[in-house]
Ligand binder design. Structure first.
Ligand code: DQA
Length: 149
């Protein structure tokens, strides 16, 4: 298996930096991906990054990742709360996926308290701003490298 990872971002995350900065922070998605790329490289992994506002394109990105990457850091945006198609895609590709959120979805509106995806993910990280992505990447690589703690 290639030592490559996918960082997948869903709808509206292309607007990071200008989108509700009090909730999502001032960093752009490019800033976050650049940092993850260098953290991954330090641990011997390459990153591929995909962002889409279209549910089916996120499904396609998961399908394309199958057999090509070792795992996925995935912020599904609002599709977290609605998408059975993405849940089925995660189950189908049998890759370890870390569901990742900038905000603490459980401290926000009730409709954000439900995730269609968590049950088929390796784990969930949220509430730490861009640090959520760093934690998710660290957890994914530790899992892949067989760390026990
Ligand atoms: C989000 C939380 C979702 O509820 C929201 O729809 C997003 C971003 C987060 O990163 O905190 O678009 O996934």
């Amino acid at each position: 298996m290639a030592r490559e990872l996918l960082v997948l971002n869903g709808p509206n995350l292309n607007l990071l930096g200008t989108r509700e900065p009090d909730v999502y922070g001032a960093d752009t998605l490019d800033d976050i991906v650049a940092e993850l790329r260098s953290l991954a490289a330090e641990r011997g992994y390459e990153l591929r990054a995909v962002q889409s506002n279209v549910e089916g394109e996120l499904v396609d990105a998961l399908h394309a990742a199958r057999g090509e990457v070792a795992g996925v850091v995935f912020n599904p945006g609002a599709y977290t709360h609605t998408s059975i198609a993405l849940r089925d895609a995660i189950s189908a590709v049998e890759l370890p996926v870390v569901e990742t959120h900038l905000s603490n979805v459980h401290a926000r509106e009730e409709f954000r308290h439900t995730s269609m995806l968590s049950a088929v993910c390796l784990g969930v990280v949220g509430g730490f701003g861009r640090t959520s992505y760093r934690l998710a990447l660290d957890a994914l690589i530790s899992h892949l490298d067989g760390a026990t703690s």
